[in-house]
Design a protein around this ligand. Sequence first.
Ligand code: 6PG
Length: 488
Amino acid sequence: MESAAMSQIGLAGLAVMGQNLALNIAEKGFPISVYNRTTSKVDETLDRAHREGQLPLFGQYTPKDFVLSIKKPRSIIILVKAGAPVDQTIAALSAYMEPGDTIIDGGNEWYENTERRMVDASASGLLYLGMGVSGGEDGARHGPSLMPGGAHRAYLNIHHILEKVAAQVDDGPCVTYIGEGGSGNFVKMVHNGIEYGDMQLISEAYDVLKNAGGLGNEELAEIFGEWNRGELESFLIEITSDIFRVEDEETGNGHLVDKILDKTGMKGTGKWTVQQAAELSIAAPTIAASLDSRYMSGLKEEREEAAEIFKKEGLKEEINNVSAVDKKRLIDDVRQALYASKICSYAQGMNLLRAKSMEKGWGLNLGELARIWKGGCIIRAVFLDRIKQAYQRNPGLANLLVDPEFAREMVQRQAAWRRVVGLAIQKGISVPGMSASLQYFDTYRRGRLPANLVQAQRDYFGAHTYERIDRPGSYHTEWSKLARKARV
Ligand code: 6PG
C-alpha cells in the first residue's frame, strides 16, 4: 500500500467546504487523497472529480488507507465541524501518521483548541496548522482566502500548493503565513467579526433606503449594483444587489427577500470576536452592535408583541412618510455613511488583531492580512488594498482612522453620515451599526471626553483615586465633605 503513496496531500471531511477545496487542489494539478467517515461522501466527491475534468483525486475508505496513500512528509487537511469532531478525526488519522507529518485544521475553530491540539500533536512528533479558510462554497472551489498559522515548517511543506489554490489578486495569492500558535484561527475569527459588521451595516443601509427613502427592490438592486462599481466594490455589496433581483419561486409572487423571516442565525465566531475584544480592552462597538442585532432579531415573537404594545400606547410609525425625503440625496448620503461606518468597523478589527498579536507575540502583519483578504474571502473588497497601503505606510499606525488618507475620507463623509444617522433616529429606524461607528469616530477624535466626571464619581463613592490634568500623581478627595461645605 505504502509504495502506492502518490498523493501530495490529503483532505478528510467532505461536506460542502471540504469537497470543494479538495476539487480545487486537484484541479491545480496536485494529486489528492480524500476521506470521509460516511463513505458515500467519498463516492460523491470522486464522481464530481470525474465530471469536473478527470481530476487527480483519489477516494479512500479507511483512515489507514487514506493516510498511507499520501507522500511523506504527509500534509492532511481536516475540514470537519469545529470542536469534538476535530478531536475524533485527529485520533482516527494520527494513529497512522508519522513524525514530521502535518495536520491542518481548516475549520472555524476556537484558537485555543488549536493550541491545545498543537501541544498534543507535538508529543508524537506531528506538526500542526490551524488554517482559516474563507470564501464559502464558491471560494473553496475556485480560490479561497487562506489563513494558515502554526508550525512554520509545516507551512513550508505546502505553501506551493496553498499559493496555487488560493484566490489570486494583483499582488499575489490570498495566502500568507500568519504566525505561530492559533493565530490563523484567530485572524479568521476576526475576519468573521468584520463580516458580521459589514452585513449589519449593509442591512441598515437597506432599511434606511427602503423605509425612509421608499425604495423598492428593483431600485435597491440598481443602487447596490452601482455602488459595486465604486469605492464600495466588494463581494457582499455584489451579492446584495443580486439578492434584490430574485423572485419568490415558491409563490410566484414578489421578491424572495421579502418572504424571509427576519431572524439571523449564527455559529459563534462573531461572538468570540466580541468576547476577545472585551478581554483585550479593545473597543469594537460596530462588531458588538452587529452581534446584538442578531440576538435581537432572534426575539421575533417578542418584538411583534412589543410593536403592538407601543402602538396601543400611541407610538406612530414614521417610516411610511417618505414624501419629504430627497431620494437622490438620501442614496448618496447612505453610500457615504456605509463607507465611513465600514472603515470604523475595520479599524476595530485591526486593533483587536494588533492587541492579540502583542499579547501572544505573533508578530501579525496587518498590511499583509488586509492583502490576503482582497480576494477569495467573504469580506473581499477593493478598499482593502487601501487598508493594506495604510499599514504599509505606517506599520505602527495607532488606528486606521488617523491614516492621512482615511482621515481625509472620514472628514469628507461625516456630514452625510450624520444626516443618515439623524434621519434614522428621527424616524425610529434602528441603525445600531452605523451609529456605533459614528460614536466610535466621535469618541476617538475628541481630545477631551466626559470621563473626568466618571473618575470623580468613582473617587466619590469608592475612593478609586483620579489623576489631574495639571500635575502628576494620584489624588483622592473627600467629595461629600467638600460638597456639604460648598452647599452651606
Ligand atoms: C467565510 C465565512 C464562513 C461562515 C461563517 C459565519 O469566511 O467563508 O465567514 O466561515 O459564513 O461561519 O457564519 P455565521 O454567520 O453562521 O456565524
